[in-house]
Structures are given as C-alpha cells and as structure tokens.
Design a binder for this molecule. Structure first.
Ligand code: C2O
Ligand code: CU
Ligand code: CU
Length: 528
C-alpha cells in the first residue's frame, strides 16, 4: 500500500473540559469507545478505540497542585478487534478478552490510582481484576510542570489496547514555567508520534503471529518480539503537514509507538532546542541537530522557523532502525519521514523567549544511594520456542523482590547484556541518569561478574533532567538515581516496548515504610 505523504493537515488534540470544577478538585470523565476515523486522506475509515472518541485522546491540562479526579469509563465491545494471545499472563481464558486500566505515565500518584496492570475493569465495571480498587482515580499533580501521558496498561494486552488508540497527553503547568515566556497558546503544539500498518480496507493491521501459518503447536494468535508499523502518524494522521509562521514554536513530542524508536532531524539542517524531558524542564536549553526518542519518552523542544523563507517546506525525518538500532535501515521514502512543516508569513511579532536558564535541577550524587539494586535485561525461550523477555530473569507474577523504603535514595543499575536497546520505565518517581558504563558481556553471561571495560559515560545533555524512561543500551550498565516516594504501595517497572512489557518484561515493586520488617516481607512474598 502506498499513501501520499503530507496530504493531511496535522490535527491538534483539543483540551478536555472538566465535568465539574470546585474548590477542592476538578473532575473529568473519559469514556473509551470504538469508532471509525480517517487516518489519511487516501485511506478508508479505520476502526480504532479512543478516549472520548478521539485518537489520540484529548489533552488533560492541570495546574501544579490542582487535584484532578478522573472517572475512566469503558464502553468498548467485549471482543477485541486485534489478535489476543490467550497464553499470556492476564489473558488466560477465564479472564474477559477486553480489559482496560488507565495509567498516567510519569505521574506521582497513590498506588490505587496508578493503573496497576491487574486493576483492570471491563465495560460498565462488570468484571474487575484482582487489584481493582476504585472507579475514580485521583491525580494530585504535586510535581513539576511536564508533559505526561495516559494510556492503557491492562495485563497481557497493553500492546493491543495502545495500538488500537488508547493513549493521550496530560500536561501539568506551573507559574514558574509561565514566567519564562516560552512559546505558548497556538505556538505550543503536541506531537504524538506513533506507527501503524493498515490492511487494504483501511483496518489496522497487527500481526497474529511471527510467521503465517505459525509453526505447529505455537498458539495462534501469538505475541511477537515487537511490532513496528509501515506508516508514521502524528496526532492520528499519517505523515501530516503543519503550516508554521516564521517564528519560534514549542513542540511537546511524545513517542507513543509500541516498539519504534525515532531519531529525529530536520531536513533544513537546523537544530532543535531541547528545553525539557520526561519530568519537566531541563536546567538549560541544549541545541541538538538530532534527537533519539524511545517509546514513551517525551521531548520538549523549541524550533525556530524565523529564518526560513515563506514557502519553504521542512521535513521532520527519522533514521532509527527497528529493532533499535540494528534492524534494517529505514526507507527514506516511507518510515524515514514523520511530518512536514510549511513556512507561512508571520502574523504578529514573536515576543516569546528561550531563556538561558530554565529551572534548577539538583543532581543526585553517586554517594547518596542508601541501596544499590541490579536489574538485568534478559531474553529466554518459552515452551513454544518464542522469545520471552524478562527483568532479572523473573516473571511479572514472581514475588516482589524490590521493596524500596519510603524517602530513601537508591541507585538502580540496569545491566543490558543483550543486543537491543530497551526503554526502561519506572512508575511513581522521576529519576536521574547517573551514567552508562561499558562492560564485558561475555564475562557477565558466563560468570555473572561485572567487568567494566571503559569510563562511565555521562548522560547526553538532553538527558540531564528528570526522566521516567531511560534508553538502556546493550553492553552498558545504565545507572539511575532516584528517591522513592511520596507514597507507599505497589507499582511496576517495565520495558516500554509494549510487546516486551506484555511478555514478560515487567515487574512489581513495593515502596515500604521505614521499619517494614523482613518477616512481613517474607510473608508477603509467599502470599503473592
Ligand atoms: Cu507508560 Cu507502565 O507505562
Ligand atoms: Cu508509567
Ligand atoms: Cu524491551
């Protein structure tokens, strides 16, 4: 199938209006529905699942400290339109086929509102998962201004629900950021990037299996090690264009793809000015001619079009291979394109600024860690010889091994002895990347000994702020620093390649009160 690039205008997701606003909180309802939408001018309508019948969903905007309550409502059909693999955790026959639970990615929230994968619910809350606790979630928004995103997180089918369209942006704002006078209003634009494949009738294509027909005895449908689409979409349209005035714009970029990383560049050769990452503003802006964005990472960038002549067309390009970064090269004519900017005349003077100092970030020091934990990224074969990804060789349902103490600083060493980059995400907190140290993977695989082979590499300038997802490259120990809090309870950390997360690269962790005893720890371990 071929589709003409830059045919459709970029849609801008709208801000959602609350159902109720009172002194103590703001209340929203978001309903998940099945509907049909045109993802490209030359495509028939595509069946999707979206929040408030939009793909991506509407933007929820909150002020720092504003208490937001959201009732997430499931009005989806009872059958999935994408291939559900019943052999995965959470998807076994006794469980309903369509389950949903919403996670606000990057948010500091209580465990009961975090969207634990087993806190799922079906249409009308008719059936609920074992960890379901409440219908209305509460988001305190006591954190820096940042672009977060909400998306489905149901155990064993997250990849399908997100691919079907269940994702949207959530923006926290604060006074500090407003005073910086960054480009705002019409000149602040979310770019939610994902990739999809289509059948000729316009329906979404998601592979049923690694090969067709699948090898004898292998479940059908069956999860695969990763799914990347043939077309790149921004805000729900394939290769859109956007008219931009000769001025500065602020783009809130989110990679909402299942597997695909993007290495973004502007074919005009001009740089991005990165001002923020997952958890909010950087300390200072950094100029970059290319930026890599892993699944679920957010980039807050300024692009200055003021020097571009009217009538110029600039393409946002991508050259990241899938799997990242060792798969086949991308085709510059298709997945090598993301979107196009068309320069039009300036309508009114650009009074916005990019200050040289954005926000103060106190960096954690290595010595502050009260505890060091190692997490290995592993791959094994299941009984059908399918690839199965694991964290520290454990499955999601194995008992909890990480119990950080509330308020304590920990260092996590993500040890990647494999061949792919995995984007590792931790719920509840924002962390800092301390460094990445190369190590001898052969020795590690043979003996479990970590032998470093070079100097620690500091995070790249765009990674020196707050992060909730980190690219953990093969052959490196990626060291993270974080303080656990402000809540206790059970959360998850996982790879954000959704096919890995679903099978089975996700683990629970539990933040505990100081003084939480080993005996209660042992007991809990048993009951899991
Ligand atoms: Cu964006 Cu646990 O996920
Ligand atoms: Cu998250
Ligand atoms: Cu992974």
């Amino acid at each position: 199938m071929e589709l003409t690039p830059f045919l459709d205008e970029l849609p801008i997701p709208r801000y959602l209006k609350p159902k109720k606003r009172c002194k103590d909180y703001t209340y929203y309802e978001l309903t998940m529905r099945e509907f049909y939408t045109k993802m490209h001018g030359e495509l028939p309508e595509t069946r999707v699942w979206g929040y408030e019948s939009q793909v991506p969903g509407p933007i929820i905007e909150a002020e720092r400290g504003e208490r937001v309550r959201v009732k997430w409502i499931n009005e989806l059909p009872e059958k999935h339109f994408l291939p559900v693999d019943r052999s995965l955790h959470g998807s076994h026959e006794h469980n309903p086929e369509v389950r949903t639970v919403v996670h606000l990615h990057g948010a500091e929230v209580e465990p009961e509102s975090d969207g634990y994968p087993e806190a799922w619910f079906t249409r009308g809350f008719k059936k609920i998962g074992p960890v379901f606790d409440r219908e209305v979630y509460e988001y305190p928004n006591n954190q820096r201004a940042a672009a977060l995103w909400y998306h489905d997180h149901a155990l064993g089918i997250t990849r399908l629900n997100v691919y079907a369209g269940l994702a949207g942006m959530y923006i926290i704002r604060d006074e500090h950021e407003r005073l910086l006078n960054l480009p705002a209003g019409l000149f602040e634009i979310p770019l939610i990037i994902c990739d999809k494949s289509f059948n000729d009738d316009g329906s979404l294509f998601y592979p049923r299996n690694l090969s067709d027909p699948p090898p004898q005895g292998v479940p059908d449908p069956s999860i695969t090690p990763g799914v990347a689409g043939d077309f790149i979409l921004v805000n729900g349209k394939v290769w859109p264009y956007l008219e931009v005035e000769q001025r500065k714009y602020r783009f809130r970029i989110l990679n909402a793809s299942n597997e695909r990383f993007y290495r973004l560049k502007l074919d005009s050769g001009q740089p991005f000015i990165q001002i923020g990452s997952d958890g909010g503003l950087l300390q200072r802006p950094v100029e970059l001619t290319e930026i890599t964005c892993a699944p679920s990472e957010r980039l807050d960038v300024i692009i200055d079009f003021s020097e571009q002549p009217v009538g110029t067309n600039i393409v946002l390009t991508n050259d990241a291979r899938v799997p990242f970064d060792f798969g086949a090269p991308v085709d510059p004519e298709t997945t090598g394109k993301v979107m196009q900017f068309r320069i039009v005349e300036l309508q009114s003077p650009d009074t916005s600024e990019v200050p040289r100092f954005l926000s103060y970030i106190k960096r954690f020091q290595e010595g502050e860690a009260a505890r060091i934990r190692d997490v290995t990224l592993d791959v094994t074969n299941d009984s059908f010889s399918r690839l199965k990804f694991l964290l520290s060789n454990r499955e999601f349902t194995d008992c909890i091994t990480e119990k950080p103490i509330l308020g304590q600083i920990e260092m996590w060493r993500i040890i990647n002895q494999g061949i792919a980059v995995h984007p590792i995400h931790i719920h509840l907190i924002q962390f800092q990347i301390l460094d990445r140290i190369p190590f001898d993977t052969a020795t590690f695989n043979a003996t479990g000994q970590l032998r470093f082979t070079g100097q620690p590499q500091p995070p790249s300038p765009g990674e020196t702020g707050w992060k909730d997802t980190v690219q953990a490259p093969p052959g490196f120990v990626t060291r993270l620093m974080m303080r656990f809090g402000p809540y206790t309870g059970r959360y998850v950390y996982h790879c954000h390649i959704l096919e890995h997360e679903d099978y089975d690269m996700m683990r629970p962790f539990q933040v505990v009160e100081p003084g939480f005893s080993c005996s209660s720890e042992a007991q809990e371990g048993k009951s899991e």
